[in-house]
Write a protein that binds this ligand. Structure first.
Ligand code: ZN
Length: 161
């Protein structure tokens, strides 16, 4: 398993050093949304361009600063949701947060929650995002990993409204 952890660490560092989709989009038509994790000082800025006709995330750009976990997670999130439908982006968000809560509830020993989370995860391919599952060993860092996703949800909700 040490080999897998090394691979995960490498994936996280790769996204941290060379973040995908870094930049800005003109607002409007893009929607700008910001997230902040005061526990760690992480900042995430997202520019979301959703095509209202197809309900598709046409483009995503990211900015902000913070720890390697928060910035790598933001980079991975941007790559994962770009070109996806809003519904797919929301499913991916739930799956990723389930990945985080599976381990959280394992720590707490709550098996019911594990089942719910496993169902949610079934059939969703997380790809690089799986590299972040090691984060759950450090519960204080989970907010670093989920910041990008909570910010994405906020942005999609604001666009919907
Ligand atoms: Zn952080």
């Amino acid at each position: 398993m040490a080999g897998l952890e090394d691979l995960y660490r490498e994936t996280i560092l790769d996204h941290y050093r060379a973040p995908r989709n870094r930049g800005e989009l003109p607002v409007p038509p893009a929607h700008k949304v910001e997230g902040f994790n005061p526990l760690c000082g992480d900042e995430v800025v997202l520019y979301l361009e959703v095509d209202p006709d197809t309900d598709t995330v046409r483009d995503v750009k990211i900015a902000g600063q913070g720890c390697s976990i928060s910035q790598a997670s933001t980079s991975m999130m941007s790559a994962a949701v770009k070109g996806k439908s809003v519904a797919e982006a929301r499913t991916l968000t739930r799956a990723f947060k389930a990945l985080m809560s599976i381990h959280e509830s394992k720590i707490g020993g709550d098996t019911d929650e594990v089942d719910v989370a496993a169902d949610e995860l079934a059939g969703v391919r997380l790809g690089d995002l799986e590299a972040l599952q090691g984060v759950v060993k450090f519960p204080v860092r989970i907010k670093c990993a989920t910041l990008a996703w909570n910010t994405l949800t906020q942005g999609l909700d604001e666009i919907d409204a």
